[in-house]
Design a protein around this ligand. Structure first.
Ligand SMILES: [Zn+2]
Ligand SMILES: [Zn+2]
Length: 394
């Protein structure tokens, strides 16, 4: 059976299930669940995949994680992983559209499975992986640490956006907590007895702002003062700031961390406070888009009539999918859902639940499935993909 016939079968499978797939993402959209608490989404997704004929492992590694597999266990054939996210944001629900990421993941899985069932020869294996808590919790880091990607050859995911883009810039990220300790005293009566931790916090904020002029174009640092004292007549003895730091690579992020650490420390020296700096342990790595997988994806996208953005868009933030692309070759293209709203806005939340998004979501699933079928059909591609991955991560 030729590749084009398999691609048509995959595409038809998405069409055949379009109503159920829509219901699936609607069920997730209408019950927004936060980091590690995506119980309802976990339930509907695993039920759907099991019914569709996948071997499903519920509560996989994490309470709301899952793994659904289908196909040949022959390790000489590729095992391709399609990733679902399904966590929401506090207060604004599915304003990052992760309900649609889940729909794309499941639809891609169904399409590949249909082609596998039709093929007279074994093609490989597909793994639909449910990864909780992308919004800050880093669920994929737990899966990486549990060696889940050890038997996976390629991982892919697709994220909704206001435009179509094949290789988005997604930055390495780390959070940071800065605590200043001083000494309380009556601010009018005995100011000379006090050591002002709020002055330290303000200087810290100013130091970072001064340094910002010298940042490279893709460095980002943004902070807030989370504790700033309690009463004007008490010199604050404890203040706290929280920062997010981002840069295009883990190595550049280390340089940035080093520079801003000096901003934190000098504010303590100037005011006589002590400082405690804690960088988060669950940082996200930058996304490495594998060029060969991207090229295959781009060809299929063009055939499907998708016009990919060629301008280098502003960075769209950071994701734990970045960490995945440091352990296996992968891609995370962005897909337009029919509107112009930016992610993490109330308008995007509305778009992610609208029927307009469905055509775009299912079209993206078709493109991912075609990309996988191309890789199944030409084993030499996988060899090249892996060679590039080794070069990228050396
Ligand atoms: Zn988000
Ligand atoms: Zn997101």
């Amino acid at each position: 059976m030729d590749l084009n016939t398999l691609k048509t079968i995959a595409s038809d499978a998405v069409d055949k299930h379009k109503d159920e797939l829509n219901e699936l993402s609607q069920a997730i959209w209408s019950v927004p669940e936060l980091n590690f608490n995506e119980h309802s989404a976990h339930r509907v997704l695993t039920k759907f995949l099991e019914k569709a004929g996948f071997k499903v492992e519920r509560n996989f590694i994490l309470e709301t994680g899952f793994r659904a597999t289908y196909g040949d266990n022959d390790s000489s054939k590729p095992n391709i992983c399609v990733i679902c996210e399904y966590d929401a944001l506090p207060e604004i629900g599915h304003a990052c559209g992760h309900n649609l990421i889940a729909e794309v993941g499941v639809a891609t899985g169904l399409a590949i499975k249909a082609a596998m069932d039709a093929s007279p020869v074994p093609l490989g294996k597909v793994t639909v992986l449910g990864t909780p808590a992308e919004e800050g919790g880093g669920g994929k880091i737990d899966l990486i640490n549990a060696y889940v990607f050890d038997d996976i050859d390629i991982a892919m995911m697709s994220h909704p956006a206001p435009f179509d883009q094949s290789r988005p810039t997604l930055l390495s990220y780390v959070s940071c907590k800065v605590v200043y300790n001083g000494r309380a005293s009556h601010a009018a009566g005995f100011p000379w007895e006090g050591v002002n931790a709020l002055d330290a916090a303000v200087l810290c904020y100013q130091n970072v702002s001064c340094l910002r002029q010298h940042f490279k174009p893709l460095w980002r640092v943004h902070g807030v003062i989370t504790k700033g004292g309690s009463k004007p007549n008490i010199i604050p003895d404890l203040t706290e700031l929280e920062y997010y730091c981002r840069a295009p690579t883990d190595t550049e992020l280390d340089v940035l961390k080093n520079k801003i650490s000096k901003c934190f420390e000098s504010a303590a020296v100037a005011t006589g406070c002590t400082v405690d700096v804690r960088f988060g342990e669950r940082g996200y790595s930058s996304l490495i888009s594998n060029n060969i997988i991207s090229e295959i994806f781009e060809q299929n996208a063009a055939e499907m009539g998708i016009v990919l953005s060629t301008k280098s868009e502003e960075p769209t933030g950071s994701t734990d999918m970045g960490n995945v692309t440091h352990v296996v070759p992968g891609i995370q293209p962005l897909f337009c859902i029919g509107g112009i709203a930016a992610t993490h806005t109330k308008d995007f939340q509305v778009e992610a639940g609208s029927s307009v998004a469905q055509m775009f979501t299912l079209r993206q699933a078709r493109v991912l499935a075609m990309t996988v079928l191309d890789i199944f059909a030409k084993p030499e591609l996988l060899t090249k993909i892996k060679e590039e991955f080794i070069n990228d991560t050396m």
